[in-house]
Structure formats: C-alpha cells, structure tokens
Ligand binder design. Structure first.
Ligand code: BGC
Length: 363
C-alpha cells in the first residue's frame, strides 16, 4: 500500500514536472552568436513577438561554436521542447543537432541558414537570399557609367560554412557575371573569378573556389585584413573608382573603412545587408552605399507561426523548396528591400523598422 502510494506520488510528480517543462518551453530557439548585431536583432524581435504569441519559448546563443550549439539543443530537448528553431553556426555540423532533436520527436525548423546533409529538417524559414545577392549586383551595375569598360570590381563573400554565403554569391554572380564577361568589370581580387568569368552558372565547387579566395568568414577583422591585403596587392589602375560587393553590413563597414583609408581610392560603391543601425548611419553619411533590408519581424513571425502549426499537427505554408544535399526542404521565402540614401527614411524609419532617434543627419 505504502509502495503503491509512493509510486502514485512519483507519477504525479513526474507528470507535474513534465507539464511544467511543457509550460516552460514549448519552442527552443538557437541563434549563432551575440557578437553580431544581426542576431541580436533576431533575439529582440523574437522576444517582442513572443509576448503575444501564446507560446513559451527560450532563446539560446551558440557563440560561434557548433559544440555549444549541440549542447544548447540537448538542453532544450531535456526541457521538453516540441519544436526547435535553429540558425546553424555551421550548416553541415548542425546536422547532428537536428538528428538528435528528431530522435526526441522534436520538429526542426531551420532559421535563416539551412542545415545541410540531413533529412531531419522539417521546414526552412528564410529570406530570398538569391535576391539579396542579385540586389548587390544590380546596385553595382547601376552605378557604372553607361558603356564604360574595365571598372574595378572587388568581390567578398560570407563564411563557406554558411549555405547562405553560396546563395548570396549565386545571386550576385547571376547579375555580375555577364558584366565581367563583357569587360564592364574587371575582378581585381580573385583570379578564380577571372578564370570562371565566361560561365553564367557555377557548380557549388566552382563557387567554393571563388568564395575560398574572397571569404570574410562573416568576421569584421578578417574582412578588414582581406581588404587591406587586396589593396596592398592592387596596382594604381585597380583603384580610383571601385565597386565592392560586400556580403553584409558588418563586413561592409570594415571593408569600406579599409578602402576609405587608401588615398588612391577616390570613389567607392559598396553593398551590404541586414539594415544594421551602424550601417544605416554609414548610408546617411555616405560611407556605405546600400544595404538590403531583411525585415526580421517577418522572419520571426513566420517562424513562430510554423512552430505553432507543428505543435497542432499542421504543416506550415510552402511556396518552394531548398535542397540541403539530402532533402528538398519546404520553405516560403520572404522578399527583401534594397535601401540606399534615396529611400533610407521611407524604408527604415517610416516603416517602423528603426526609430529616427537612432540616427543623426537623417533628411
Ligand atoms: C545571414 C546574414 C548575416 C550573416 C552573418 C547570414 O547567414 O543571412 O543576415 O549577416 O549570416 O551572420
């Protein structure tokens, strides 16, 4: 009798614990690093949206470390999450974390970056990353004097461990390659890109060869060092007016600073993405030429809606798929917006993305 009572008590206790775990964290959110403003944006927008979403969630950061990322996922599984929303630090390495989640019956949503090499990705919440790269290309082409040849082009890319770096590059190449092939641009910092300039479409391996030469690793210090090394190697003819395809705002500011410090560079045009506050200020001051606004609020609300759908046994909306090497992962990519000095006020401030009080010199 006593034993039965104890067993019953244990059961009640376990059920209560389970319920508490469920009540505490239904959705686990794992982001790559606190050290880049982009992912702080995502955390902030998640915390805002979760106030009204009616689900319980927890955000953890991996700090650029796939082992920490896996430990975060395991901790969340132990807390009883039903859905994992994860932006992988390294797309291939994160497959193990996705597999562990799936084994525990947790649905896996790849957030912004695609997890590669596993079938255990249920959904991909993303921006249209091809269009991000295409927007860089179109912007740079639009700044070239009509009919001119031999304009100096410097290419930079994100980290090769991030699948997005390839998609951004593919989008940029789709616009820039014809203009490299016809002599409008000369690529000044990648002999691999020069060697491949006649190919409109590159294989992943060919993309990797170019990215390997021009990667910033998504790291500001690496970006600065690479730009400085490129400038040291460049002859005077490769300076003057330059067109720089920079892969995001943090690296764009670092690369722009390096080019501005070179006296032989008279004018530069440089791209970016993320609409980081510091880059919006750079655009207002004319130190960065453009950025791509990827409205994180939309990404966050799509991720939360997908998580809720999964907890109800439903399937989130799909307009396309992205292949991760093993599976065509369903997705509904979100549109992007090009931001320059001309539309910065409308696109960033009037849209409510960032308040005007963050900026000086806004007209
Ligand atoms: C994201 C970018 C970000 C970059 C570096 C990419 O996967 O899509 O928005 O700037 O990673 O963190």
């Amino acid at each position: 009798m006593k034993r039965a009572f104890a067993a019953l008590l244990a059961l009640v206790f376990a059920l209560a614990l389970g319920a508490a775990a469920f009540a505490q964290t239904q959705v686990g959110i794992v982001l790559p690093t606190k050290d880049e403003p982009r992912w702080i944006q995502d955390q902030t927008r998640f915390l805002d949206a979760l106030k009204t979403a009616g689900i319980s969630a927890k955000v953890l950061f991996s700090q650029g470390d796939s082992a920490k990322e896996k430990a975060n996922v395991e901790a969340l599984i132990t807390e009883g999450i039903k859905v994992l929303v994860i932006c992988p630090q390294d797309g291939a390495a994160a497959a193990a974390a996705a597999d562990a989640a799936a084994k525990a019956g947790v649905k896996v949503i790849s957030y912004d970056r695609l997890i590669r090499g596993t079938a255990n990705v249920d959904y991909y919440v993303t921006f249209d990353s091809f269009q991000v790269g295409a927007a860089w290309g179109s912007y740079l082409v639009s700044k070239v004097p009509a009919g001119s040849k031999g304009n100096n082009l410097y290419l930079y890319a994100g980290a090769a461990s991030d699948n997005n770096a390839f998609i951004f590059f593919e989008g940029a190449w789709s616009v820039l390659q014809p203009k490299i092939a016809d002599g409008t641009f000369i690529v000044r910092n990648s002999d691999k890109a020069v060697a491949l300039m006649k190919k409109p479409t590159l294989t992943r391996d060919e993309q990797a060869q170019i990215i390997g030469q021009v990667t910033t690793n998504w790291n500001f210090a690496d970006a600065k060092a690479k730009a400085e090394a490129n400038l040291t190697a460049a002859k005077a003819a490769a300076k003057g007016t330059v067109y720089i395809c920079a892969p995001n705002d943090g690296t764009a500011r670092a690369i722009a600073d390096a080019f501005r410090a070179d006296k032989a560079v008279k004018t530069y045009y440089i791209t970016g993405q993320d609409a980081e506050i510091a880059s919006i200020q750079y655009i207002i001051y004319g130190k960065q030429s453009m950025t791509v606004l990827k409205d994180v609020r939309t990404l966050v609300s799509d991720a939360i809606a997908a998580a809720i759908a999964f907890t109800k046994g439903q399937v989130p909306p799909k307009t396309t798929t992205y292949n991760n090497g093993v599976k065509d992962v369903p997705a509904k990519p979100t549109a992007i917006v090009t931001v320059t000095k001309d539309n910065v006020k409308a696109a960033i401030v009037d849209s409510g993305y960032w308040p005007a009080s963050n900026f000086t010199g806004l007209k």
